[in-house]
Each structure stands twice: as structure tokens, then as C-alpha cells.
Design a protein around this ligand. Structure first.
Ligand code: LMR
Length: 333
């Protein structure tokens, strides 16, 4: 009897780690600043669904949307500290890390259309940019799309001179700072979660963003005029804490890679339609006036913003501009 008890006790000791492991899944906290009902929000939920399915529950993904966990700048610091494991910030938000090259993607009128953007990011430039993150303890997993920016204020923005003297909220990129300055306006960096109130109270006069963000953050309620200008592109880098990621059991990491690849295809396939639907919704509310540029207006904006390219060399460096020029088959000057 004593022997039997000893054997049971020994088996319990041996099994204990397995039981603990089975009871405590690996938690991936995925924080982001937008609503669930946006391309990024839906992408994060898709990743959760697939990651939990492929790992058979060994991984639990907790998605925190709408800046509920961290605001823009804080979330990248939290990732480096390991307080959160996964993020998908817009690429405009890496400058505080001392990485400026991503801002090249914010150049105005850089991508002709969605397809051109998608092809470019699949090429060398996307991987080259991700390498820049490694030294900061961050690993880039994927690029997620959110289409082209609109721009708004409480007056129609149709000619470059309409921007004169207005204060615009920008998300962090010095390239955006530059093109707003060139248009005679005053850009100001502000966290995404603070934009609605800043527009409402007149701390800033206007902003730029995609239709899905205008709709879900209700910016259209506090902006009389939105120009569907599509003057610049908004893209995200899905990133993880490198130490966390490389410390995962290889089989688990492979399953998460698979989930990420599929969540990426899904997000990038819905982004365009999501934004078109969002624009239609905004129109339906009747709370704002939508404006569209004529060919001549667009040309005037492009010409006015063109000096941003020359300025960008000193900011992002020649190398990334050359990589983009090659990928896009265009000349940068
Ligand atoms: C912004 O701050 O405007 C964007 O980066 C928000 C987002 O993540 O789409």
C-alpha cells in the first residue's frame, strides 16, 4: 500500500508541470488604438481566432482595441518592456524609437493605388524596413493595409491655399508635418484617442485619416468638410517583442506565423471595401460635406506638396527612397 501511494505521489509530481501547462496558456496581449470595426480591428480579431484554433488553445490572444490599454507612444514603449506582446501601429509612429526610414511611406501621392502599395510592400523595401526594428528588440511580422487618407476641416479644402493658417492633427510622421507646413498650415502631433475632443474644442482645426477611422471615431461629427483626397497612405506594421517571440516553443511559433499570414491576407483583402463602406456611411449621416478633387485640383496639390520629396532625403535617407523608387518604378526627386 505504501509503495502504491509513493508511486501515485511520484506520478503526481511528474504530471504537475504538464497539468499547470495545460491550465495556463501562453498569453499574447495585442493592443491597438482603433475600433474593432475597422480593417486593423477586424484583423486583430481574425488573428486571435486563428491563433487560438491552430494552437488548440495553448495560446490565448487578448485584443485590446481603442487605446484601452495604451495610447500611441506608450504602446511601443510597453512592447519593448514586454508588458504587451503584439501591436500594429501605423508606420508613422516609429520615429520616437529613432527609426525614421518608415516615414518614407508617408510621402504624398507616393502610391498610385492600393495594388501598387501592396506590391511594393511585398518587395525588398518591406523586409529592409523590418530589419531596422531588430536592434530595438522588435520583430516585424506583417504589413496591414488601411487605404488612403482623406483630410478635413471646418471649411472646404480644395486649393492648396485653403490650408493656410489651419492647425492639423498629425499622427507622428515628419513627412506629414512637412507637407502640411508646405501648404501653409500648422501640424501638431497628438495621440489618436485625443483627436475627437481636440477637433470638437478647436484645439486643432482639422486632421487626416482614412474613412474607417473617420467613421468609427466619429470625426465627421466635428468636421464640417471632408475632402476625399487620398493624398497619402496609411499602413500598419504588426510587431512583436523579439524576446517573447523567439522564446516561444518552435511549434507554437510556426502555428502563430500561419495564423498571422492568414490574418494578414484577410485584413488586406477587406481594407479597401471597409473604407468604401465607411465613406458611404459617413455620407449617409448627412453631418458633413464630402468634397472631391478635380484633376486640376489634384495636380495643384501634388505640385504644392512636391518639395516634400527633396526634404525627405535629409530625413529618411537616400537608401529607402532608392528602394521605393525601384519597387515602384518611379523617379524620386
Ligand atoms: C492615427 O493615429 O491617426 C492612426 O495611426 C490610427 C490608426 O492606427 O489607424
Amino acid at each position: 500500500m505504501r509503495k502504491l501511494l509513493a508511486a501515485v505521489a511520484a506520478a503526481a509530481v511528474l504530471l504537475a508541470p504538464a497539468i499547470v501547462q495545460a491550465q495556463s496558456p501562453i498569453v499574447v496581449k495585442f493592443s491597438h488604438v482603433v475600433a474593432n470595426d475597422t480593417p486593423k480591428g477586424k484583423g486583430a480579431l481574425k488573428f486571435k481566432e486563428l491563433a487560438e484554433k491552430y494552437t488548440d488553445g495553448k495560446v490565448k490572444v487578448e485584443v485590446y482595441p481603442n487605446s484601452t490599454l495604451y495610447k500611441d507612444k506608450e504602446e511601443i514603449e510597453a512592447l519593448q518592456l514586454g508588458s504587451v506582446q503584439m501591436l500594429a501601429p501605423s508606420t508613422a509612429k516609429f520615429a520616437p524609437l529613432g527609426i525614421k526610414e518608415f516615414e518614407a511611406l508617408d510621402l504624398p501621392w507616393l502610391f498610385k493605388d492600393e495594388q501598387t502599395y501592396a506590391n511594393a510592400m511585398k518587395g525588398t523595401v518591406g523586409k529592409w524596413l523590418f530589419q531596422k526594428l531588430e536592434a530595438k528588440g522588435i520583430t516585424g511580422l506583417a504589413y496591414w493595409d488601411n487605404g488612403f487618407h482623406m483630410v478635413s476641416a471646418n471649411r472646404p479644402l480644395m486649393k492648396p491655399t485653403d490650408f493656410q493658417g489651419l492647425k492639423f492633427r498629425i499622427s507622428g510622421s515628419k513627412i506629414a508635418d512637412q507637407y502640411f507646413r508646405i501648404m501653409g498650415s500648422i501640424p501638431q502631433i497628438m495621440a489618436f484617442s485625443e483627436v475627437y475632443q481636440a477637433l470638437q474644442t478647436g484645439v486643432v482645426d482639422g486632421c487626416e485619416n482614412t474613412a474607417s477611422n473617420y467613421l468609427t471615431q466619429k470625426f465627421y461629427e466635428v468636421q464640417k468638410d471632408i475632402t476625399v483626397s487620398y493624398h497619402a497612405h496609411l499602413q500598419y506594421a504588426v510587431i512583436v517583442n523579439s524576446k517573447f517571440w523567439s522564446g516561444l516553443p518552435p511549434d507554437i511559433r510556426a502555428q502563430l506565423d500561419k495564423a498571422m499570414a492568414e490574418a494578414t491576407d484577410y485584413t488586406n483583402s477587406i481594407a479597401r471595401q471597409e473604407n468604401e463602406d465607411a465613406l458611404a456611411e459617413i455620407k449617409k449621416t448627412g453631418k458633413t460635406n464630402l468634397h472631391y478633387l478635380t484633376e486640376a485640383d489634384r495636380k495643384a496639390w501634388q505640385e504644392a506638396m512636391q518639395p516634400t520629396y527633396k526634404w525627405a532625403k535629409g530625413r529618411v535617407g537616400q537608401e529607402v527612397l532608392d528602394l521605393l523608387a525601384k519597387e515602384l518604378d518611379v523617379k524620386m526627386n
